[in-house]
Design a protein around this ligand. Structure first.
Ligand code: NAD
Ligand code: DAU
Length: 350
């Protein structure tokens, strides 16, 4: 197969690209990424020069460019991850989320449909989406299933919901062979240090405050990124066309509890006195419209396609901390001046 992976220089996309390049030498993989602040070729440096891999720089919302790209490579499959992905940024700058996530997905769908000339044999369009489209759960109040009604609450999740709807509409109206997955919070190597876990590891290392939003009682359901890449492989190859699969690790944590584990493990690895990093915890103004709880019921994926997570949380967290401690240069390179400025303006102490 000739597969287009979009967003493959980002966090999850780089793991997906690596997984497919390493496990499917017979495929030809094209990684398309605009290299925004979140995309970094250092994330896929190890793939450079591999015979089944190629990088293309470009914008998914640029119709003519995407048409040329399909003509050049004649893709059979698309695994679409490129997006604006950070909820806080969607609150300060919503429109880029609409452009990239909604328009960009629309362009990819339209060009796939045109290029495949309505002959969809052997073709597949896979949209990688998020559990945030389902909205927010009460504490202890059930799980998101594939039947949960969409109820997105941030500009980010609304734009991802919009893109999911477009993907299903192309499936329903034109018969485009689509599949969608909605995954919970990922963590692991190469995650941009604006997201909770890498931001806090970075701040612990540098003895900077750990900005906990609100009371720290919001709950997220964490999955190691390589387990997400494995799930994408299984769904891409075995998922039923037209279906949606939820992906999650049954691993719910209140933010404040997770942060304390992160402090403990990092202190141990840095040989710091027990409890020293917890002193960096600083409660700050809550995120506007902060979703209280996400929790995924992944039983459809587990029962129908046989996937299950491979790592326990402390094991995955340990690997992640080790990676960030070893890759300080990567951290320095991705945290550019512009990014630092954005981040420093973000927090108002309560
Ligand atoms: P990320 O921000 O790390 O990476 C996104 C990538 O998309 C970057 O490399 C960026 O350069 C690229 N990109 C952005 N705009 C583009 C454009 N217009 N054209 C081409 N490339 C563009 O994001 P991530 O955390 O790796 O998320 C990847 C996908 O997975 C997203 O669709 C996100 O919604 C979804 N997702 C993420 C999580 C999570 O926990 N991070 C969970 C579930 C689903
Ligand atoms: O659920 C899947 C989603 O998970 C993905 O679709 C998004 O792309 C991804 O960014 C993530 O969204 P969250 O908003 O849950 O992730 P984030 O790491 O930004 O925040 C996790 C929790 O930690 C959330 O409750 C907000 C809180 N938080 C976050 C930051 C960055 C803090 O308390 N302080 C912080 O500095």
């Amino acid at each position: 197969m000739k597969i287009l992976i979009t967003g493959g220089a980002g966090f999850i996309g780089s793991h997906v690209a690596r997984w497919f390049v390493e496990n499917y030498p017979e495929y030809s993989i094209v990684n398309l990424d605009q290299l925004t602040y979140a995309g970094n070729l250092e994330n896929v440096r190890d793939l450079e020069g591999r015979s089944n891999y190629r990088f293309e720089k470009g914008d998914i919302a640029d119709l003519e460019f995407i048409r040329e790209l399909f003509n050049k490579h004649d893709f059979d499959g698309v695994i679409h991850l490129a997006a604006e992905s950070h909820v806080d940024r969607s609150i300060t700058d919503p429109l880029i989320f609409v452009r990239t996530n909604v328009m960009g997905t629309g362009v990819l769908l339209q060009v796939a449909k045109e290029h495949w000339k309505d002959d969809f044999t052997g073709k597949k369009f896979y949209h990688v989406s998020t559990d945030e489209v389902y909205g927010s759960l009460e504490l202890g109040g059930g799980f998101f299933t594939e039947e949960t009604a969409y109820d997105p609450k941030s500009p980010y999740s609304a734009s991802k919901a919009g893109s999911d709807h477009l993907v299903r509409a192309y499936g329903h109206t034109f018969g485009l062979p689509i599949v969608i997955s909605n995954c919970s919070n990922n963590y692991g190597p190469y995650q941009f240090p604006e997201k909770l876990i890498p931001l806090f590891i970075n701040n612990i290392v540098n003895n900077k405050p750990l900005p906990v939003y609100g009371e720290g009682i919001n709950v997220r359901d964490w999955l190691y990124v390589v387990d997400h890449a494995r799930a994408i492989d299984v769904i891409f190859h075995q998922g039923k066309l037209g279906e949606t699969y939820n992906i999650g690790g049954h691993n719910e944590w209140r933010n404040i509890d997770l942060i304390k584990v992160l402090c403990r493990l990092t202190d141990e690895k840095l040989a710091r006195a027990a409890g020293s990093s917890e002193q960096l915890i600083t409660y700050v103004k809550d995120r506007a419209g902060h979703d209280l709880r996400y929790a995924i019921d992944a039983s459809k994926l587990e029962q129908e396609l046989g996937w299950k997570p491979s790592l326990q949380f402390e094991e995955g967290l340990g690997l992640t901390i080790d990676w960030y401690l070893k890759n300080k240069e990567w951290l320095q390179n991705v945290t550019s001046g512009t990014y630092r400025q954005y981040y420093e303006n973000q927090y108002t102490k309560r």
